[in-house]
Design a protein around this ligand. Structure first.
Ligand SMILES: NC(=O)c1ccc[n+]([C@@H]2O[C@H](COP(=O)([O-])OP(=O)(O)OC[C@H]3O[C@@H](n4cnc5c(N)ncnc54)[C@H](OP(=O)(O)O)[C@@H]3O)[C@@H](O)[C@H]2O)c1
Length: 324
């Protein structure tokens, strides 16, 4: 089969299309013919080996995980003897980041627990965009706090995967939602339901007078003390990702941060695929879909897709559609 392979850390130029063996499956695994795969920040970090955390996961000096791509949608073509949930021909999707990635390829093998059935009406590209960003948005909104009427919520990095799913999850609720991102995303975000927009290149939201009950941060790039200053008395700050040192400080020291700054700090620790059934329901009720960049890529143009993603010029999720 063909796959987009990364044999050394560093530049995206080292990504190559190669002919590699189709994975064989164990008795509790499923082989999926990949139809579409979306790109996440994690893929880029693992290709570049940009942080210590990335290298801890994929090898200190050389990538052990050479075929990345976590968020896949496709068709089951083979099942192990112990698999109970899926049959050949099932349409499935899921985040494989807890199981060796492997989505930038024509076929991928994974345990059944990493996959979920797709609703019949859901196309593969919509599905492939959802798993990681959709779960991060869902778990940030529902795992830590009860969303109440009249809440003022800010999402930093609102134009990415997380922010575009979160606004749809909040649409029926009576909350005031502010998005922070680059100017080019203003119109799209306001039309999706954000009530206010701030361009991070022009203003620092932590220095303005506006206060929030909840901040969800995909960037975590300000001193942690600053977030407390723009939170109401019982407000909460939730990091999803960004500056790793700050994220780890919150993960390990949320109680001491609360004591020091008088506001609650939390960190989403992604539980992959956990709430895909709830997402399926939202999709079937017409309440949620994926915002996908109009440029489409194939496996053969996979390196171009990664380069485009890294440029930050995209609007919505960047998709690689696997040609027949
Ligand atoms: N907590 C966990 O367990 C876990 C698991 C997996 C991933 N993650 C992390 O979760 C995050 C995923 O977020 P996502 O999928 O929504 O990311 P994304 O799609 O890459 O979107 C991030 C958005 O932030 C914008 N942005 C860039 N610099 C900014 C700044 N200084 N201030 C405000 N906005 C800025 C980006 O714009 P441009 O496109 O213009 O740059 C983009 O629209 C990533 O940080 C990822 O590493 C966390």
């Amino acid at each position: 089969m063909k796959a987009l392979v990364n044999r050394k850390y560093g530049s995206l130029k080292s990504l190559t299309i190669e002919e590699v063996p189709t994975p064989s499956i164990k008795s509790d695994e499923v082989l999926v013919k990949v139809k579409a795969v979306s790109i996440n920040d994690w893929d880029l970090g693992m290709i570049k080996g940009s942080s210590f955390v990335n290298r801890m996961q994929s090898g200190l000096f050389k990538p052990k995980l050479q075929i990345l791509g976590s968020d896949v949608a496709g068709v089951v073509v083979s099942v192990g003897s112990e698999v109970t949930k899926f049959r050949i021909g099932d349409r499935v999707y899921g985040d494989l980041s807890n199981n060796q990635f492997g989505g930038f390829a024509e076929y991928t093998a994974t345990y059944e627990k990493h996959l979920c059935h797709m609703p019949e009406s859901m196309p593969f590209d919509i599905a492939a965009a959802i798993p990681q960003a959709g779960m991060l948005a869902y778990q940030a909104l529902y795992d830590f706090i009860e969303i109440r009427d009249g809440m003022r919520i800010l999402i930093n990095g609102a134009g990415g995967g997380v922010g575009t799913y979160a606004v749809q999850m909040l649409r029926d609720l009576n909350v005031h939602l502010t998005g922070v991102d680059a100017e080019v995303k203003r119109e799209m975000l306001l039309s999706m339901g954000y009530n206010a927009f701030k361009d991070y290149k022009k203003v620092d939201f932590t220095k303005l007078a506006d206060k929030y009950d909840l901040i969800i941060d995909c960037k975590t790039n300000k001193p942690l003390s600053k977030y407390a200053k723009v939170l109401n008395d019982d407000g909460m700050y939730i990091t999803i990702g960004g500056d790793m040192i700050k994220v780890i400080r919150i993960l390990l020291g949320s109680k001491s941060l609360e004591k020091k700054y008088g506001r609650k700090y939390n960190c989403v620790q992604l539980s992959t695929n956990r709430n895909l059934p709830e997402i399926n329901q939202l999709y079937e009720e017409g309440k949620l879909t994926s915002i996908i960049d109009p440029r489409r890529f194939t496996l053969l143009s996979g390196r171009e897709a990664m380069t485009y993603y890294a440029s930050g010029e995209h609007l919505g999720k960047v998709l690689i559609v696997i040609e027949e």
